[in-house]
Design a protein around this ligand. Structure first.
Ligand SMILES: Nc1ncnc2c1ncn2[C@@H]1O[C@H](COP(=O)(O)OP(=O)(O)O)[C@@H](O)[C@H]1O
Ligand SMILES: [Mg+2]
Length: 336
């Protein structure tokens, strides 16, 4: 890993207006509320949190699909937020976003080779011979035979379609790839294969990943660092082992308490994270987790906690490091 971050995000904010009849603005959702982090070359940063906390919005904003209201995104030291679409396209070629099932976006009427060649026709002036060469190289990197270039998507399996989708993302030599829920909907055995492929591709192509997932056990396997999001803000971020062994934010503690364990007692219910997150359109003054936090104090209802550094960890809690999860109260069941 080099010293300068490949990506440096600061104070990124995205708000979505809520409109009523006649497009009258009734309020706004703070989908990203002052998000900051650095990404080192070669790093895999996990991004976790409940549905609706802003993970995809962050991915899309980095990609330029969503414009931020404010904040800065430095890609290798160059500002990429607030560019014209034309400038942004050139800069962002080296940043790619992989949707949950990248194979689903293949054109069913096109042979796979054509789908893979297309980004090179649009974005480069490589001659045909070199384009085909590149198609073969990338197919082989994702573990598919060169002959697959002559097949249509319906002639290959779902798993192979996913690989082709990934291959398409790799055609333009990206440096940072945002993987948005890349293992959702896969069964466990296929999941392992896909995760292995991500690791191999990272080594082969020198990639850096932002790995979005709500599956903490997958994040633990894959990532170096993890950022935990809650209602548009990173509430805790740090090295993956440390954060998962000793979570310091009460929200992280509750998320971890909710994951089933493979070896050992399994907690079947989310035993103390109660209720729904606050309404993202009407955040209360103070901490956004106050309504669900078992340790809530008067200050939490008044002041939004700043990010506190505790060792290598940043924690947005007034009592970071000084609160502990209560003992599980519900029954533990034997591992099935
Ligand atoms: N295009 C949009 N217009 C309005 N609200 C949106 C839009 N995209 C996302 N949101 C809202 O922003 C919040 C964050 O959504 P999202 O980033 O998709 O969360 P996640 O990927 O973590 O599930 C949610 O409250 C969602 O309803
Ligand atoms: Mg999402």
């Amino acid at each position: 890993m080099t010293e300068t971050p490949i990506l440096s995000v600061s104070d990124l904010t995205v708000r979505f207006p809520i409109r009523g009849p006649f497009a009258r603005k009734l309020g706004e959702i703070r989908a990203l509320d002052g998000v900051s982090f650095d990404l080192a070359q070669g790093e895999i940063l996990g991004l976790v949190g409940e549905s609706g906390c802003g993970k995809s919005t962050l991915g899309k904003t980095l990609m330029g699909i969503q414009a931020p209201n404010s904040g800065s995104i430095l890609f290798e030291g160059t500002e990429i937020a607030g560019r014209t679409p034309r400038e942004a396209r050139a800069l962002r070629r080296r940043l790619q976003y992989a949707y949950q099932d990248p194979g689903a976006s293949l054109d069913p009427r096109w042979k796979i080779g054509k789908s893979l060649e297309e980004p090179l026709i649009i974005h480069t002036d490589l001659p045909r011979r070199e384009r085909l060469e590149k198609v073969r190289e990338i197919l082989s990197a994702v573990g598919l035979p060169a002959g697959h270039a002559d097949l249509f998507p319906h002639e290959i399996s779902g798993g192979q379609q996913r690989r082709v989708g990934l291959a398409r993302i790799l055609m333009l030599n990206p440096e940072v790839v945002i993987l948005d829920e890349p293992t959702a909907g896969l069964d466990v055995s296929v999941q392992a294969t896909v995760l292995r492929l991500f690791r191999e591709l990272r080594d082969t192509f020198d990639l850096t990943y932002i790995f979005i997932s709500h599956d903490l056990s997958v994040v633990r396997l894959m990532c170096h660092r993890v950022a935990v999001m809650y209602l548009g803000r990173i509430v805790e971020m740090g090295p993956v082992e440390e954060l998962m062994e000793h979570p310091k934010h009460p929200y992280t503690q509750s998320l971890l308490a909710a994951i089933p364990r493979v070896n050992g007692p399994r907690v079947t219910e989310n035993f103390w994270l109660e209720g729904e997150p606050a309404d993202a359109a009407k955040l209360p003054p103070g901490c956004r987790f106050q309504g669900r936090c078992p340790h809530v104090q008067p200050i939490c209802r008044q002041e939004d906690p700043p990010d506190r550094m505790v060792g290598a960890r940043s924690v947005a809690c007034h009592f970071a490091g000084d609160v502990f999860p209560p003992k599980p109260s519900t029954k533990e069941v034997q591992n099935a």
